[in-house]
Design a protein around this ligand. Structure first.
Ligand SMILES: *Cc1c(COP(=O)(O)O)cnc(C)c1O
Length: 280
């Protein structure tokens, strides 16, 4: 893959600038995770940020086919987040075919959780079989195999529709607890790590550090309630909220993870023009 050095320099500058803005907005001691949202952008853009000097690890994608293709050409050390609208019939493939899928952030039904569980279970079974075969051949101890299996747990965020807009995916805030419980009790290969919201565009445009965004308030209240019900500490159930237009406001409201695309990579092309590997 050929990386344009000028493009790489620009991307490194952009991401460095976003990281600085996150750090100055963050008043807590724990760092905030930055997902660089690379949907519809070429694999070379991702590689430019994943290689030195930044070695950025967390990237977010919205389309299963595009993610499968990118994951197959990019290093395994990338931590992929699937953040897009999720279709039930793609869940098993997603969880089974991408070893370095780190988190699925957009789970909004029991059906999708169950399909992800099935996919991850199949992945883990394959991994365990490969290790058993490899180890009996060289008769080594199985510590490495156990670690690989333990690391294969797939993190899950439940997407909550905090704005009440019909066009938005996500469970109603009042239905989030039941889905969280289901993941914790019935999906052993999944690990519930938090709640995610996108929120209304109009509210995100009006979001400033001094102007509390209602979507963020709703997500935080929902999280606090669920954490209490499930006997979890608030910090064990993360908040994923904030994008290019509103991440500083989201951090002020307690976000643990922001998802920033256009402020790093620039405007996105229409989906029909997007290319994973650029030609020529
Ligand atoms: C595209 C997308 C983002 C990034 O949006 P920007 O405004 O480009 O920063 C974040 N979260 C989700 C769920 C997205 O689909």
């Amino acid at each position: 893959m050929q990386i344009n050095p000028q493009r790489a320099k620009q991307l490194v500058e952009n991401l460095t600038h976003i990281t600085q803005r996150i750090q100055s907005a963050n008043k807590r001691s724990e760092p905030i995770r930055l997902i660089a949202v690379s949907k519809l952008k070429p694999a070379t853009d991702i590689l430019a940020l994943h290689q030195p000097p930044l070695q950025h690890a967390h990237f977010g994608e919205n389309y299963v086919q595009e993610l499968l293709q990118k994951a197959s050409v990019l290093p395994r050390s990338i931590r992929w987040h699937f953040i897009g609208a999720l279709q039930s019939n793609k869940c098993k493939t997603l969880a089974e075919q991408i070893p370095n899928l780190w988190c699925v952030s957009s789970v909004d039904s029991v059906k999708k959780a169950d399909a992800l569980e099935k996919g991850r279970a199949a992945f883990v079974a394959r991994l365990a079989a490969e290790h058993t075969i490899g180890e009996s051949a060289k008769s080594a101890d199985s510590g490495e195999g156990r670690d690989a299996v333990a690391e294969a747990v797939l993190r899950i965020m439940v997407q909550v529709n905090t704005s009440g807009e019909e066009s938005k995916s996500g469970v109603e805030p009042s239905d989030a607890l039941a889905l969280c419980k289901h993941i914790r009790t019935s999906c052993p290969h999944l690990q519930l790590t938090g709640l995610m919201t996108i929120g209304a565009i109009a509210r995100s445009q009006a979001t400033t550090p001094g102007n509390e965004n209602e979507d963020f308030v709703t997500l935080k209240d929902t999280r606090d309630q669920i954490a209490k019900e499930l006997g979890m500490l608030e910090g064990e159930l993360e908040l994923s909220m904030g994008m290019s237009a509103d991440f500083e406001g989201a951090i002020a409201m307690g976000s643990d993870e922001v998802r920033v695309g256009s402020d790093i990579f620039g405007e996105r092309p229409p989906k029909k023009d997007a290319m994973v590997v650029e030609k020529g």
